[in-house]
Design a protein around this ligand. Structure first.
Ligand SMILES: *Cc1c(COP(=O)(O)O)cnc(C)c1O
Length: 377
């Protein structure tokens, strides 16, 4: 079935096409000057020293764990209301994933109080996820990290250019990660970014990104180096210049796209506010944000009721999603002793509505009226 109103739309035009053709004609398509340019765009806007393009946010998160020397016996605190990759990276290095609950039905970000409750002598790091691009309480999280000597890895996959008290997301923790998967704000199809201010972390991550090799092909091709050594067991987590090219064009479109998304969100809030069965998370947000998604949480609801409303929307041509099924309930994580009551309610009663810059007021009106008709029937 094709939906009348899809969940999201790629913001592509001939600019991306022309840029890709130019890169193809340059005859350099693997990691090279375009990756460097994209890294510089991120570093400049975040005012961070080091950026490393990688193949995905998942590889950036894995490199973050390796860089921080997290391994067996260590614990890392993550939210369960996230994409599985946030937790999987901890398992990749043999450490234990410890889940923390979110703050409330209004604030779907990790709860600093629950983080603090879950700290043990084995805790090494926290991975806050800025849900939907709305900032976590980074003041509290950085205070806790300092108090217990923990490292903070921001999973900023939803929030390039989003802000927290005037600082960009991804510019606050010790390391941060962004995703360029096709449904993210900046979407060359696949890719990611590893950001830090720490030179040692950057050098370690750069080595591991490309097999632990001391020089890269681009440097060799440019005549800067002729030999290489393998100093540690690395991976192939590189991004290519074709995707980086698309990323550069997309980066330049973010501000305009965010202005449109901001209007879409305002219109949604205006129209949804008189439906008493609905909570709009982050309703009072005043930060500059990416508005990556438009989540709603149903009040006094159940999974059956939520699914019935989604079905009603789908029948009327409106695509929706759920962000997210909780990670702690997946088979590889399932343990009986997880107490995450707010997360458990949200995953059963959240619906993600369509969100993209070109969504019109008529579209929004139709979506909201379709929701209203579910409650009046
Ligand atoms: C998409 C996403 C990831 C994974 O990104 P990839 O680039 O697909 O590896 C990680 N964390 C969050 C919060 C995400 O939304």
């Amino acid at each position: 079935m094709s939906f009348k109103i899809p969940l999201f739309k790629l913001n592509f035009d001939e600019q991306e096409e022309n840029a890709v053709v130019a890169t193809l004609r340059s005859k350099w398509i693997s990691t090279g000057p375009k990756c460097k340019e994209l890294e510089n765009l991120f570093c400049d806007s975040l005012t961070r020293k080091y950026g490393l393009t990688v193949s995905s946010a998942t590889s950036a998160l894995h490199l973050a764990m390796k860089t921080l020397k997290i391994g067996p016996g260590d614990e890392v605190i993550v939210p369960s209301l996230t994409f599985a990759a946030t937790a999987n990276c901890v398992k990749y290095v043999g450490a234990k994933v410890v889940f923390a609950d979110v703050v409330s039905y209004d604030n779907l970000n990790i709860d600093p109080d629950d983080i603090e409750r879950k700290i043990t002598e084995n805790t090494k790091a926290i991975i806050p996820v800025h849900y939907g691009g709305f900032p976590c309480n980074m003041d509290r999280i950085m205070q806790i990290a300092e108090k217990y000597n923990l490292k903070v890895v921001e999973d900023a996959s939803h929030g390039p250019l989003s802000e927290y008290k005037g600082q960009k997301l991804g510019a606050i923790g010790h390391i941060s990660c962004f995703s360029f998967f096709s449904n993210k704000n900046l979407s060359p199809g696949e890719g990611g970014m590893f950001i830090t201010n720490n030179e040692e972390y950057f050098n370690t991550a750069k080595l591991l990104r490309s097999h632990g090799m001391t020089t890269m092909s681009y440097e060799r091709a440019k005549g800067h180096a002729t030999v290489y050594d393998i100093q540690s067991l690395g991976y192939n987590y590189r991004l290519d210049d074709i995707r980086a090219t698309i990323g550069i064009v997309q980066f330049g479109k973010l501000k305009e796209d965010y202005a449109k998304r901001e209007n879409v969100r305002k219109q949604y809030i205006k129209e949804l506010s008189d439906i008493k069965e609905i909570i709009i998370p982050f309703k009072d947000n005043e930060e500059y944000v990416s508005n990556y998604i438009m989540p709603i949480v149903l009040k006094d609801s159940s999974p059956e009721n939520r699914d019935a409303l989604r079905e009603h929307l789908h029948k009327n041509g409106i695509q929706t999603s759920v962000h997210y099924p909780s990670v702690h309930k997946f088979s590889i994580y399932h343990e009986k002793n997880n107490h995450l009551p707010i997360t458990d309610y949200v995953v059963d009663n959240e619906i993600t509505l369509p969100m993209f810059g070109d969504l019109t007021n008529d579209d929004i009106h139709l979506i909201v009226n379709t929701i209203k008709s579910f409650y009046t029937n």
